[in-house]
Ligand binder design. Structure first.
Ligand SMILES: C[S@@+](CC[C@H](N)C(=O)[O-])C[C@H]1O[C@@H](n2cnc3c(N)ncnc32)[C@H](O)[C@@H]1O
Length: 268
């Protein structure tokens, strides 16, 4: 499929997206905590609505500098409105593939973005080039093929999920990108590579279970209309996936686990 299809499918739908706003650097990007210290310069690639970026900026303090970039005009607007109060934090509407700057950063972070890019290797080359010598590239991403539910989710949600993965794969996205990052980092000469599991597990009985496990109903609500439009699933199947999965959460669901890896390496 064309680059245009990939860009179109990667684009965040212009609807309220509660998933991004719930994240913080502590709950959604804690692999960064070991690097963040006052005075650091950080580029957050694909910063979304800036919720994680804000936490990064608070940790690097007023002597630091944090820039969040994202191609979505709406998300950058939202980020500026919600987090524009910190002087060390700036947001810019930009696509990584056309972003130009003379600035070089101590840390370039990219969380949950490569899963939406048909050319993750080109993205990695670009991000490496934006580092100062000795700077760290930190990527956090999914292997969507390794999601786990206990017990199995309803058939309608399994169908939606399979359609979602197919729709992504047909656009050139790597559903298993997390497990391919280490090799990519090595082949591009990053050194001191660290690979850490950052699985996100929610279990029945925990206060967050209903909200965290509902991510798949939210995906069906937010991304699902695109799948229907592209002919991967019928509208009635999308609706059934949401209704039956919400019942699964309330009645039979025990746990849901997202598989993410954090991979970091230094530019020598
Ligand atoms: C799933 S969101 C992740 C947001 C945030 N990093 C987080 O972890 O919550 C993926 C983000 O990547 C952005 N994105 C997609 N293609 C991009 C590109 N070519 N360059 C930069 N960001 C991109 C999307 O607009 C979206 O905001």
């Amino acid at each position: 499929m064309s680059e245009q299809t990939a860009a179109h499918r990667a684009a965040m739908p212009a609807v309220v997206n509660p998933i991004l706003d719930r994240r913080t650097v502590e709950n959604g990007n804690r692999n960064l905590l070991k690097y963040l210290k006052p005075g650091l310069s950080v580029l957050d690639v694909g910063c979304g609505s800036g919720a994680i970026t804000r936490g990064i900026a608070e940790r690097v303090g007023p002597e630091g500098r944090v820039l969040g970039i994202d191609p979505s005009e709406k998300l950058i607007e939202q980020a500026q409105q919600q987090h524009g109060d910190l002087p060390q934090l700036a947001f810019q509407q930009a696509d990584l593939f056309s972003f130009e700057t003379d600035e070089r950063f101590d840390l370039v972070t990219c969380a949950r973005v490569l899963q939406w890019l048909a050319k993750p290797e080109e993205a990695l080359i670009r991000m490496k080039a934006l580092l100062k010598p000795g700077g760290v590239l930190a990527v956090l991403d999914y292997n969507h093929e390794k999601v786990e539910w206990q017990p199995e989710p309803p058939e309608a949600m399994k169908r939606f999920y399979a359609a979602f993965l197919q729709w992504r794969q047909d656009a050139g996205f790597d559903n298993a990108v997390a497990d391919h990052l280490e090799a990519l980092f090595r082949s591009h000469g990053l050194t001191g590579i660290i690979v850490e599991p950052h699985f996100e597990t929610s279990r029945k009985g925990e206060p967050a279970f209903a909200v965290a496990s509902r991510i798949w109903s939210e995906v069906a609500e937010i991304r699902g209309p695109q799948l229907v439009k592209d002919g991967y699933i019928a509208e009635s199947e999308r609706e059934a996936a949401i209704a039956t999965y919400d019942r699964w959460i309330a009645e039979t669901g025990e746990s849901m686990q997202l598989y993410l890896l954090a991979v970091e390496g230094r530019r020598s």
